[in-house]
Design a protein around this ligand. Sequence first.
Ligand code: PLP
Length: 434
Amino acid sequence: MARRFDGFPDVQLNLNVRGVPRSATLAINERCATMEREGRTVYRLGLGQSPFPVPVPVVEALRRNAHQKDYLPVQGLGELRETIAGQHRDEFGVDCEADDVLVGPGSKELMFLLQLVYYGDLVIPTPAWVSYAPQARIIGRHVHLLTTRPDNGWRLSPDQLRMLCALDPGRPRIVVLNYPSNPTGGTYSETELEALAEVAAANRVVLLSDEIYGRLHHDGEHRSIVPLYPQGTIFSGGLSKWCGAGGWRLGVFVLPRQMRWLLDAMAAAASETFTSTSAPIQYAAVRAFEGGPAIDAYLVQCRRILKGLGAVLTRRLRAGGLDVLDPEGAFYLFPDFGPHLDRLKAAGITTSDALCERLLADTGVAILPGSQFGRPPEELVARIAYVNFDGEAALSAVRDLSDDAPVDDAFLTRWCAPTVEAIDRIVGWVEGVG
Ligand code: PLP
C-alpha cells in the first residue's frame, strides 16, 4: 500500500541554517507591511534603506542600457572596473587597476563569498550590522565579537585589536570595520584609523573595510583606512546607500594585489553561483561611479538633509532622557533607553527585544533591538533608521533653500514629518511607560 506523503522532515536541513531566521531588517519590513494592511499607521524606522531617489543621470544611463542582455564577465564589466579603479586611485592615492576590482549583486553577496572562500575567523566589533555574523554561521566560520562601549563612541580601540591578535598570533582572521557605522552613525578619525592600521599591519590581519556609507559622511569628509594599510585591506562599497539604489543590487570589492589569490577564488565561486551581475545595472553604474557636478550636487543635498535631521532627532531624544551619540554619517541612531530602566522594568520590559515589541505595539514605531546588532539582550539599546520620509520631495525642497539656510526643525517637520513624528512618539512612550 502506498504510504501517505506527509512532507519532508526538516532534519534534512544543513545544521548551520537550522533555526536561522530571515534577516531582521527584512523581517521588520514585512511585519510593517502586514500591520499596514490591517489598517495601522506604522512608522518604518526598521529597514536601513536610503530615502532618496537614484540620481537622474544614473537613471537615464540605466534607461539607455535596458537592451544590454548578454552575460558579462564574472568579475564585472571591464569599463565599470576601470572606472572604479580610477576613482580608488584618485580618492585614496593607492595603486589600483581594474583587475583588483570585483563586482557583485550587492556587497552583502560579496561578503558571503569572501567568507566562503577564506578559511579563518570573522572578528566583529559590536554593535555591528545584522548580517556579518549570520553569514559566518551559515558558512560555519568561527565568529569573535569584540564589544565596544558608548563612552568610546562605540569604536574599536587599537588595544582591543592588539589583545585579540596576541591571543593566537598566527590565526587567520578577517576583522570587519564599518564606518560610518550601521547602527551607530559614528565613524573613525584619521588618527584613529592610523592607530588601527598600525596594529593590523603588525599582526598581518585581513581588514574588511565596509565603507558602504562613506559618501554619506555628513560633512563629505570620509576618511578610509585603505591608504593606511593598502596591503591588507579589502574595500567594500556599492551603489545601495549613497546612490539610493539598494534594490538595484550592485556591490563592489577592491582587493590589494597581494590578495589576488583571494579575488580569484571568489570569482570562481561567483562563476558557479550568480554568474555575473545584471548587465543594464553595471552599465548604469559606470555613470554613477564617473561622478561629476550633477552627482556631487545630489550628494551635497542628501548629506545636508541627513545632517540636519540627525541633529534635530538627537536633540529630541536627549530631551526625552535617552543617551545617544551625535551621528557623523549614514542615517542611523543607536539610542540607549537605559536612563529609563526603572520605568521600563516596572512595565515588564527587560530586554531590547521586548522594548521594540512593546514600542511597535503601543505606538506603531518600528525600530530594531540592539540584540540584532550583537549586543547583550538586556542592554536597552535599539537602532533607529531615520529614513521614513519622501526623499524626493525633501531633496527638491532643500534645493530651493539658499546654500546657507539651515535645515532646521521647521524644514524637517514639514519635509521629514513621519520620522520626526516617530521620534516624538518614542519619547512620549518612554516617558509614560510603566
Ligand atoms: N554593509 C552595511 C553596513 C550595510 O548596512 C549594508 C546594507 O544594509 C550592506 C553592507 C549591504 O549592502 P548591499 O548588499 O546592498 O551592497
